[in-house]
Write a protein that binds this ligand. Sequence first.
Ligand SMILES: [Fe+2]
Ligand SMILES: [Fe+2]
Length: 168
Amino acid sequence: MGFFSKDIKTMDDLFVHTLRDVYYAEQQVEKNLPKMIEKATNLSLKADFEAHLAETRGQIERLEKVFEMHGVKAKAVHCPAIDGILKEADEVAGEVEDKQVLDAALIAAGQAVEHYEITRYGTLIAWAKQLGRPDCAAELEKNLAEEKAADKKLTARAQGGVNLAAAE
Ligand SMILES: [Fe+2]
Ligand SMILES: [Fe+2]
């Protein structure tokens, strides 16, 4: 089903569709983070990715809770956007030989993922409120807060030496 499929008639349909989109995205992130952990050289960066993998698993569970609260089936719909972001990350990482430059590439890839998640959760929270579901919005806020924190951590990692080391 495409994003502007005729099956989406109401704001509620759009909300559920986008919830399923981010559910898919989180599942793909969960699948891809172990690869990024393996490739990272900087131990702090590795630890950040590991912590975010654990968080991602919690986020998936939280999304399942939101589906249940909203009375719809927890189902993933294909999200080409996250596939593209992850595919590009994989391709770039495959082309970087220098370990420190690879860390910088992994941070950039990680931040692209975080920003995608941040935009999706921001939208979902606004729509949940509009639909009179502050309870769903509150759960989604928890995921958004974790994505923002993960993004900040990656920025700190880059500024704290990974990019400098890569430039040497
Ligand atoms: Fe996430
Ligand atoms: Fe994330």
